[in-house]
Design a protein around this ligand. Structure first.
Ligand SMILES: C[S@@+](CC[C@H](N)C(=O)[O-])C[C@H]1O[C@@H](n2cnc3c(N)ncnc32)[C@H](O)[C@@H]1O
Length: 304
């Protein structure tokens, strides 16, 4: 066993002992971070320097204290993105990646349907409500270059990470527009899009107040504004649905992430509010994860 392999083995044991899920994965990820080599080079790495060993011990200590891996490395992977994250912003989760699949498919269906009617039609307009690090907005903008995406975030600390990720993304032409605002009080930049937006997507806070226990990584490091949403956890989801109704064009699509136990409640809320094609979807672990719907076509409404 190489010296590095031994370090990783003992870090894995330590992380495992304090209840870190995926202890081996995290021990390796911290080695990759400290040594600056790809994971595939770890087995052949040999002996770290004294300085590298100390840095690794510090990183493992932080993880053992249940600081999120992504705060220690400063990076979070989301689809093909490598986002900057840290204190003040929600760490994007793999569960949200399937929401993007649905959004891309909805946009593809829409452009296929409109290709015949309106050749040369402009970019699809997307609004990401509760944007956090920009994971959702940037995934859509980078995977669909024919979109303009508005990313709305209320918390100044999270907004700074959003701006930083958008600036680093290389997405040009102002195609991702950061908006510092409460989704319930949209400024004209977004409010003036009323009735024209093709897709509204949101991964809002949705944990019911008082829910316990949360993992220390979540309770102590994800910002409170990213987690809690009223007694039933649906306060922000209700606002998103209301705001989306005003923003979307008739037939425009909504994709809304929720907790695994909220599928039925969110479907009911959308059906009662008159949304069309309401459906719920599971994530890769088989749990209810997001609801989708289309803004109804009202007889006589603009665009019908
Ligand atoms: C669960 S996080 C999701 C962040 C990002 N969409 C993602 O998937 O990683 C929810 C985000 O919504 C923001 N937020 C909460 N309430 C908001 C509101 N009323 N208006 C705008 N942003 C809000 C929080 O600050 C947080 O960044």
């Amino acid at each position: 066993m190489t010296e590095l392999a031994e370090l990783i083995r003992s870090a894995t044991e330590r992380l495992s002992a304090v209840g870190v899920p995926s202890a081996r994965h995290d021990a390796e990820a911290l080695a990759v971070h400290v040594l600056g080599v790809p994971r595939s080079r770890l087995p052949a790495f040999g002996s770290p320097t004294g300085e590298e060993r100390s840095a690794y011990h510090v990183a493992v200590d932080r993880r053992a204290a249940r600081e999120p891996l992504q705060h220690i490395t400063g990076r979070a992977a989301f689809r093909h993105l490598d986002l900057a994250v840290g204190p003040g912003v929600f760490v994007p989760r793999p569960e949200t990646e399937v929401v993007i699949d649905w959004c891309l498919a909805a946009l593809a269906r829409e452009s296929a349907a409109s290709a015949g009617d309106s050749p040369g039609i402009g970019p699809a307009v997307v609004v990401d409500l509760c944007a956090g690090s920009g994971a959702v907005a940037l995934a859509i903008a980078t995977e669909r270059p024919d979109t303009v995406v508005y990313a709305v975030e209320r918390e100044p600390a999270a907004y700074r990470w959003l701006e930083r990720n958008v600036a680093a993304s290389g997405v040009g032409g102002g195609r991702v527009r950061c908006v510092l605002a409460d989704i319930a009080m949209l400024p004209p930049t977004v409010a003036d899009l009323a009735g024209t937006v093709d897709l509204v997507v949101s991964n809002p806070p949705y944990i019911p107040l008082g829910s316990r226990p949360l993992d220390p990584e979540v309770a102590e490091h994800d910002p409170a504004a990213a987690l809690w949403a009223g007694v039933d956890g649906l306060d922000v989801i209700r606002t998103v649905a209301l705001v989306a109704t005003g923003l979307l064009r008739p037939g425009g699509a909504l994709a809304l992430e929720h907790a695994d136990v909220q599928g039925a409640a969110v479907l009911r809320l959308l059906i009662d509010a008159g949304w069309a094609s309401v459906a719920d979807h599971r994530d890769l672990t088989g749990r209810d994860r997001f609801a989708t719907a289309n803004r109804e076509y009202r007889a006589g409404a603009e665009g019908d």
